[in-house]
Design a protein around this ligand. Structure first.
Ligand SMILES: *Cc1c(COP(=O)(O)O)cnc(C)c1O
Length: 322
């Protein structure tokens, strides 16, 4: 396996904790958590791992300005902004949505980090991103484009390494469950499972994409990353495990299922989930459990991907109100 350039700034390995109270409450399973909400860098999350590789690649390419895109409450944009500042890059975030008078949650952090923000409507995201890139290029700012979610073959390699890390932390669970969206996290875990012979299931709970779309995306990303690492492995969409039964309210619109999951994790284990990603993934886990998806005594790892700053966005105040 080829060694890729990487700058080590994430707090690794992230801890694995057992969740005995929640396991008892849910009945008959052994649930544990891997805390990628504690990867460091301005409240952490799964993008911190990807950025170790992406920042190294940007440096190797002589870039000076990082450009990326996401939603108003994007965790990816917040972590990219922090990494950019820390390694001396300028940073432009193209956010899909409307400028806010009182920035909160992740957006507040983007402002504190002092990076440039360009607003656009969701349907004009790609063309705005291209225009911002072209302008930065013409102005001699040496821009480097980090794709949505940091999910290209470079970012995905971080979760290949994360799987290696998890397998080195002792007897692994039978099944790994986590929130999946741009697919990079899942692609890395799936490729890592293949390369390091993890025999269990890697189950992505879709946050926003239909199963067929996400399966195809993850398989393609895993295959591209394998090639980038000089490993020849092919992946078919059929072998990618995705559950998309929790997306109907749309991205960033949590409901009763997420609320029950957030409350359960908080009240049984003192552990915080976010309203957009991990709350939805935990809802999926609990619902699948109730529907017999897991066998009795199955050891399940919930891979926490971060996102907790969104708890402090006014948008979710009513949803979280008691
Ligand atoms: C980005 C993100 C995800 C999804 O990861 P992908 O690699 O984009 O699939 C999950 N959880 C949180 C908190 C995120 O910010």
């Amino acid at each position: 396996m080829r060694k890729l350039p990487r700058i080590r700034f994430a707090h690794l390995p992230t801890p694995v904790d057992s969740l005995p109270r929640l396991s008892a409450k849910l009945g008959g399973i052994h649930l544990s958590v891997k805390h990628d909400d504690e990867t460091g860098l301005a409240f952490g999350g799964n993008k911190t791992r990807k950025l170790e590789f992406l920042i190294a690649d940007a440096q190797a390419n002589g870039a000076r300005t990082l450009i990326t895109t996401g939603a108003v409450q994007s965790n990816h944009c917040r972590q990219t902004a922090a990494a950019a500042v820390r390694y001396g890059f300028e940073c432009i975030l193209v956010l899909a949505g409307e400028a806010q008078e009182k920035p909160d949650g992740n957006l507040l952090l983007d402002h504190l980090l002092g990076v440039e923000i360009v607003w656009c409507s969701p349907d004009r995201r790609d063309e705005t991103l291209q225009a911002v890139f072209d302008e930065a290029w013409s102005a001699g700012r040496r821009p480097y484009l980090i794709p949505y979610g940091g999910s290209n073959e470079i970012g995905v390699a971080a979760y290949v390494e994360a799987m290696r890390e998890y397998l080195s932390q002792g007897d692994p669970a039978d099944t790994i469950v986590f929130a999946s969206s741009s697919g990079g996290t899942q692609a890395g875990l799936v490729l890592g499972a293949r390369l390091f012979n993890y025999p269990g299931r890697v189950v992505g709970i879709s946050v926003d994409e239909p199963e067929a779309v996400l399966r195809e995306r993850v398989a393609a990303l895993a295959e591209r990353c394998a090639g980038h690492l000089d490993e020849r492995h092919s992946f078919s969409p059929q072998e990618i495990l995705v559950q998309d039964g929790y997306i109907s309210a749309g991205y960033g619109n949590p409901g009763a299922g997420e609320r029950e999951a957030i409350d359960m994790f908080a009240r049984e284990e003192g552990m915080l989930l976010d309203p957009v990603y991990t709350g939805r993934a935990a809802w999926g886990l609990i619902d699948l459990l109730r529907n017999g998806f897991f066998h009795s005594g199955e050891r399940i790892l919930f891979w926490h991907t971060g996102g907790t700053p969104a708890l402090f966005a006014a948008r979710y105040r009513e949803f979280l109100a008691l």
